[in-house]
Design a protein around this ligand. Structure first.
Ligand code: HEM
Length: 291
């Protein structure tokens, strides 16, 4: 029976490496995909396929679409689609690097890497601002219901929204502790949700039970830092993109003109959607693509 890639619902590993790829024009991706299918177990290496790749194989995954770009209220939110996305999970940076190199070699005849980013766990699961991230993630059966599709033909699949956010920590440091807590809507010191926070507070904008229908996702984000730059590699897994999009529209203030206070110190540099196929016998199940 097909089941979700285990890495999606498993606890985060201390380190990770994220890579996205574009297709080499004119190349046939089937051979590389077969090699990837046999090499990626969905646990240590989670795989997502983008719309350009799926449509080339002339197979429709109805839920898969392009990440919507947005400009308005002084904000530019980019859409940076890719054909393929890998999330390598592990504990040793050298091992991750070498595993990625081996996967690059398997993919090389049809794919070229665009972006590579290393992620890490900070403070037991905190964003670099110090706030705990993932507190309100659904757990157990609720996590499966939120993140895994039961639709016939693709049962066991998941859909992931990926955004690299870059923080301006100098801007953030210049805020008072109260302003910082009001941005998130939780107290950093004890992670308690604030009783009275502004409408712009992040957890008010995204409160999953407040949507109709309720909009639950499983977030598996990790901090990143390169040179002097840093931020959060945000990932949200859903049984479709609907819940993420409902949350993100509210963060942007599309409905009521109130923008999420997060935007005062951080902004997305990328945005892409991927279909994460199920696994069968510890291998990716690409039968929906006839691969
Ligand atoms: C730099 C970007 C972001 C940072 C630093 C961030 C940080 C946080 C923090 C600290 C929390 C509170 C603890 C928790 O429940 O996890 C939270 C909650 C949450 N965030 Fe974010 N987040 C970011 C982007 C996003 C985006 C883009 C979305 C979706 C569009 C999102 C969706 C959520 C949801 C659904 C919750 C839980 C709300 C609830 O039901 O209480 N976050 N985030």
């Amino acid at each position: 029976m097909a089941s979700p890639q285990p890495g999606i619902l498993a606890p985060l590993t201390p380190l990770a490496r994220y890579a996205s790829y574009h297709l080499i024009p004119g190349a046939d991706p089937r051979k590389s995909l077969r090699a990837l299918r046999d090499a990626a177990d969905g646990d240590q290496t989670v795989v997502g396929l983008g719309l350009s790749l799926v449509s080339l194989l002339e197979c429709g995954i109805d839920e898969l679409r392009v990440f919507p770009e947005f400009s308005g209220f002084g904000l530019d939110v980019p859409s940076t689609p890719a054909a393929l996305w890998l999330w390598l999970r592990g504990t040793d940076r050298g091992e991750l690097y070498n595993r990625h190199r081996a996967l690059d070699a398997l993919l090389g005849s049809a794919f070229r890497a665009d972006r590579v980013l290393d992620g890490f766990i900070h403070g037991g699961g905190r964003d670099l601002t110090g706030y705990e991230d993932g507190t309100e993630n659904p757990k157990g059966k609720a996590a499966i219901a939120a993140a895994v599709s039961e639709r016939e033909g693709i049962a066991g699949s998941s859909f992931v929204a990926v955004q690299q956010w870059q923080h301006d920590l100098s801007r953030y440091d210049a805020m008072s502790t109260e302003e910082q807590d009001h941005c998130i809507g939780r107290r950093r010191s004890d992670n308690e949700e604030l009783e009275h926070s502004p409408e712009s507070a992040h957890v008010k904008r995204t409160a999953q039970e407040s949507f109709d229908p309720e909009a639950f996702v499983v977030r598996r984000s990790m901090p990143w830092a390169e040179g002097r730059d840093c931020g959060l590699l945000f990932t949200a897994f859903g049984c479709s993109f609907d819940a993420f999009e409902a949350q993100f529209r509210r963060m942007l203030g599309v409905e009521d003109g109130t923008m999420d206070a997060l935007f005062t110190f951080t902004r997305p540099l990328t945005g892409a959607y991927f279909w994460c196929p199920p696994v069968k016998n510890k291998k990716l199940d690409l039968s929906a693509l006839n691969v």
